[in-house]
Ligand binder design. Structure first.
Ligand code: ZN
Length: 408
């Protein structure tokens, strides 16, 4: 668990750092690419699978109500986003089918909605005397009397896939590569060659970017729940039944546990119209914040008030990213733009095959992040906004999904 937390913190910082630097330094503007055009909403369980049971309601009813309410808010407030539901009625689908719906629709975000539950708590309410025979003797013994009460566990949790499922996530990305790469280009065909080590590296980079994004959204969702007074049990990783769909979807994906249906107080809240609306609103607001951040990340805008807020929020994290000694052949600071390809602990030479489709200079810069030595890889020096934007598009197309333009 401790390791998981470290992992979450490290990657969260990486995402925030890259975002911060990009937002601060990058003056390049161009026609906006919308990073989220399709959102998949998955109401957990359904049909013959009721999910967890409360005293009078089932998980499948609550998840469907909240999923439909969330979809309605999204449709009304984000008309440019297509909302796809894995179910809109009380229907059962195999998780494989749900993942297929998400992948076939080329979703850019997968939000699965569930409710939590725990077993009842056993309490001793008294003792009774029980007699039994041992030979001719009658022996008395005390035995406890138990009563069972609903657990008072309460609150929300949002899950992302466990890192032990990373290989499964990568397989999903490979199977559905058309979502992220131009399927018709010769480059893509080469990239998707199983035996090519570059395929592995690039899919790995993409998966890490999706992990960061999923983690960010899960944190925002829990933050919104806290704002309306819910108890947040945090953003977590889980590797259990029901989480399979998170690694089977080729996109950033989260699973939201709305509350404990086994807790009478929360069961009432989960079944109330106002409670369901509040939950749907929280998830919507988190998606909105997430999309705004991603918009800035993609379109390199740095003038909106929201960006300024985000920068100030990220200052502490950004301070942790310290440049190390400049690498040899690093260009002097000056005019022009570079494309930052990635930050990784892996060491590649400038002529490494992973960079072979990027003409021009590749520079490595050592950086220290969370007390760990990392390598920042920068591509080229581009004189104009337009050249830098074209280079960025090429880098992303080649699989450097976290790439962005920055000043050299
Ligand atoms: Zn469930």
């Amino acid at each position: 668990m401790r390791w998981n937390r470290f992992w979450i913190l490290g990657l969260g910082t990486l995402f925030t750092c890259t975002f911060f630097i990009q937002a601060k330094n990058n003056p390049v503007t161009r026609k906006q690419d919308k990073p989220i055009r399709t959102i998949i909403i998955d109401a957990g369980h359904g049909g013959e699978d009721p999910g967890a049971k409360g005293s009078y309601s089932t998980e499948k009813q609550v998840t469907l109500e909240v999923a439909l309410k969330l979809g309605k808010i999204l449709e009304e407030n984000m008309p440019d986003v297509k909302v796809v539901y894995t179910r809109k009625t009380d229907r059962f689908d195999d998780p494989r089918k749900k993942a297929q719906i998400a992948n076939d629709n080329k979703g850019e975000l997968f939000v699965s909605i569930h409710c939590n539950s725990t077993g009842k708590i056993r309490k001793v309410t008294g003792y009774k005397t029980v007699y039994h025979r041992k030979g001719k003797r009658k022996i008395a013994s005390k035995q406890p009397i138990y009563a069972y009460y609903p657990s008072n566990a309460k609150g929300t949790e949002t899950y992302i896939w466990a890192t032990s499922k990373n290989n499964a996530k990568m397989e999903s990305l490979k199977q559905n590569s058309v979502i992220v790469l131009d399927a018709n280009s010769e480059e893509t065909k080469q990239l998707m060659d199983d035996t090519d080590p570059e395929t592995f590296i690039l899919l790995n980079t993409l998966r890490n970017a999706y992990f960061d994004q999923s983690l960010r959204l899960s944190t925002l969702i829990e933050d919104e729940f806290t704002r309306v007074g819910r108890i947040s049990r945090g953003a977590r990783q889980r590797n259990e039944k029901g989480i399979w769909v998170l690694s089977a979807t080729a996109m950033p994906s989260v699973l939201v546990e709305l509350g404990f249906i086994s807790n009478p107080e929360e069961e009432d809240y989960l079944n109330s119209g106002s409670g369901q609306q509040e939950l749907a609103n929280c998830i919507y607001k988190a998606i909105k914040r997430y999309r705004e951040e991603l918009d800035r990340f993609t379109n390199n805008r740095n003038s909106s008030p929201a960006t300024t807020r985000s920068n100030s929020r990220s200052n502490n994290n950004a301070a942790m990213l310290k440049p190390g000694k400049p690498a040899k052949n690093q260009p002097d600071p000056g005019d022009g733009y570079c494309v930052q390809l990635m930050i990784t602990d892996k060491l590649y030479k400038p002529g490494a095959s992973i960079f072979r489709k990027l003409p021009g200079d590749i520079n490595r810069q050592p950086v220290v992040m969370n007390k760990k030595k990392m390598n920042k890889y920068m591509w080229g020096r581009f004189k104009t906004d337009q050249q830098a934007s074209n280079a960025l598009r090429k880098a992303r197309k080649l699989g450097f999904k976290g790439a962005f333009v920055t000043n050299c």
